[in-house]
Each structure stands twice: as C-alpha cells, then as structure tokens.
Design a binder for this molecule. Sequence first.
Ligand code: F6P
Length: 503
Amino acid sequence: MLTDRETYLALEKHFEEIRPLHLRALFAEDPARGERFAAEGAGLYLDYSKHRVTTETIGRLAALAGDCGLRARIDAMFRGDRINVTENRAAWHTQLRAGTNPDVEAVLARMAGFATRLRAQSQIRNVVNIGIGGSDLGPVMAYEALRHYSKREFTFRFVSNVDGTDFAECTRDLHPEETLFIVASKTFTTQETMANAEAARQWVKAANLPVAEHFVAVSTAETEVRKFGIDTANMFGFWDWVGGRYSMDSAIGLSTMIAIGPESFREMLAGFRAMDEHFRTAPFEQNLPVLMGLLAVWYVNFFGCETIAVLPYDQYLKRFPAYLQQLTMESNGKRVTRDGVPVKYQTGPVYWGEPGTNGQHSFYQLIHQGTRLIPCDFIGFIETLNPVDGQHDLLMANVFAQSKALAFGQDSAEPHRVFPGNRPSSTILAQRLTPAILGALVALYEHSVFTQAAVWEINPFDQFGVELGKVLAKQVLPALRGEAELKDPDSSTLALIRRYRGK
Ligand code: F6P
C-alpha cells in the first residue's frame, strides 16, 4: 500500500524538513526560484515556485509516482487498456482527440455537417441542451468559456436540474418553433434528464409541432433513444469507453460545436491533444499534469489539506470550478483501492472556487488569515478578449498580488493585521483564452486527476457513490405520492415524508 512504500516513507521524513521552512526563506536563498520552478506545455505556463517544495521534494514526489507505476498507467490509458477495472472498460477519452480513430472521426464529421447546416438556416434560433453531470457541466462550461467565439444570433440554454423551475425558466421566453432540444445522456435512462426531455416533448407537442424536427439525441444507447421517439438518424453516438465527466470533447459537445462552429471545435480538440502529448512524453519533473497532481498529493497526504481552490481570473471561465468539481471529486472521491482494500490515507480533496476578483471580496479572507492551509490554482491570461480601458492590467495585477500576499504575507504589531504567508499557490498563465487553450486546460486537470489516482491506487473512472441515492429516491417516490408505504426503521425519513404529505 502507498504508505508502506519506501518512496513514501522517505517523503514523510523529508516533509519534516520542509514543514518549518517559510516561502520567504526559500525565495531568499535561491534568487532564480521564480524561473526555475516553472514548466511549460501545450501553450500553458505553470509557475509552481510559490509551493512549499524544494528541488528535492519534486524529485522525491516524482520518484513516488514512478514507484506507483504512473508511467505504465499512462501507457495503458493511451493504449485503451481496460483500466476502469471495476466496470471492465477502457477510459480512452484521449482517443476522442487523437485524430486517428475512424469511429470518432465519422461522428465528428456527422456533427460538423449538422452544426454547419444548423448555423446556416434561419428557423431554429435556440439550442437547449438537456443533460446532467458530465452531459451538462462540460457543455455549459465550454459554452461560457468560448462565448466570445460563439454564434451570437443563437440563444444557448442548458437544463439539468429535475426541479421543474429549471425547465420553466429556461423555456419561458423561447418559442417552440425556433427551438431545438439536444437530449444528452450517455445511458439515456438518467431520471432527471428523462423527466426534462419529457417536459420538452410536451412543450413542443403543445405548440402542435412535430417532435422529430425539434429533437436530437447524444447517447451511447441507441435502443433507449429509439424508445423515447427520437429518430436514430438524429442521434450522435459515443462509446462506453468515454466516461461522463470525460465526455465534453465527444458528441456530448454538440452544443459547443453548434455554438463555435466545427473549425473552432477542431481547434479545441487540438489543444486537448497537445496536452495529451505533453502528459504522455514529458519527464515527470517537467510535466504539468504530473506536477499538479503530485503537488495535490503533497498537500493532501503530508500537510493534511482538505481542499484546493481553483481561481480563474477570467469571467469566461466562471463555470470552470463547477466543471472541475465533477471531474475531480466524482473521479477521486474513493475510499478503497483498485483491488477493493480500504485505504489508510486521504484521497481526493474538495475542489472549489469562483472567478477572481469576485472571490477576493468573499472567501479570500479565510485563505489569507484562516486556520486552514488551502493551496490555490490561479489561472490568468496575458491578453484579454475584451479590452476595456486598462481593466485587464488591473485584473492581472490582482492575480499576481494575491499569490504574492499568500506566499510572503505581512508582519504587523497588530495581531489582526498579520498575514502569516507561506500559503501555497500555482499560477497558470496562457496567452489568451482560445478553443485550443481551453482544451489544454481541461486535459491538464483530467491528467492531474489521473496522476493523483495512480498514486492513491484508486480507480478514478467509476462512480458507484452516486448509485445509492438514486435507488433510494425510487423507493421514496411512491411513499411521497401516497402510492405505497415506506416500511423502514428510519423514523427521520418517515417523519419528513409525513410532513411533506401534510399528514
Ligand atoms: O451522476 C452520475 C452520472 O452517472 C455521471 O457520472 C454522469 O455524468 C451523469 O450521471 C449523467 O449520466 P448520463 O449521461 O448517462 O445521463
């Protein structure tokens, strides 16, 4: 097990040497630190100098990754081996952007034909993606991130929550004859998505419109799609080797392609591919996803950190933290190893965040002066897509000021004004937010999550933790509706149900 490995035990010893050191001292003794602790790949620049590490730490973390078989695991993923052992599937999302898989290319070509036709016609004006989890978060995030490149004559909306309010508010100002629904669901059985798809079908029918002309499906489940009444000629497929949270660059990205056009979608795939290549080939010490994954391990398992904040200084990335929540926590929120043995160490941390500078006026207080150590990922761009009177300099001055304040702090005679500093952060910089850079950024986090999972010896590709709640909801529903009695010793739930029913 991880904690018995020699490389891990050596890191525990090394941690005792690092723990008392302040970043002020680390910078003072090495004037080149700010440039030495940096790496570049796929158009992204990673400054990790403001982390509580030395060259020795990075070497030891890389040795741990080697010991845990990261190299072999990377090769297995890219080969399409069934590394999702608990579901006996490959996790081959890298194929989606490799540019070499005939099945993938055929779907991309169909998507491109459809998107091009849709973008050229004038009847449909609104595109509504109905999906949840990976069938929603990626499409929403990518649409928001790439809005600058999107077809502005169209309205894009995303319905996910089974709360009827989501559907009602999404459609209240839309005309059915101008609206196309994309029902996005890998399994085509997800309760929330099917309920919203049914609501959409009724909404279209109520306007006396032919359902077939207002629906397309994105799914791996042809039979289910047909059952729902969508012509499979209007279905875009993918494969069981694409996990939901790894699917935004598959047909699940149909709304993205309609928004930005097939060419820009291809650019996004090229960005993913560039990061894949970097991950596959760069030595661990210069490998962005490996470094970020290992730094997470360093803070979680040695410093005892419980959360990592992701702070994009770009309004277009406002849904990026929400997207990352599923990617990171559905992947690495695991308590047993690949072989089913309970782990004796911490695994996936909580990822959270908000776009800067909004977060600064909200929760940064705790990051600067609270009792917890919260490593931060700052993400910024050298050029803005919307130059507004010097505001970009102001925005970026804030990024650099925040990481500086966190690292170096400030002394004061007044205890309330002391900033202890020594609070770690990464800064990820790119030239400008393009489709390719977005692809690279997403792949960076995908592979960072993969690196963490390799070290923790867990399977990042299953998600059994979401099942129990789904099963219980099916049992509770008839009780809520008074169709059946819930026979259960759980008096809390019984009392809540009685109260809900007004009895
Ligand atoms: O929440 C569990 C989950 O299976 C996610 O992994 C997935 O992204 C989401 O539900 C949606 O699933 P589907 O695309 O099959 O509707």
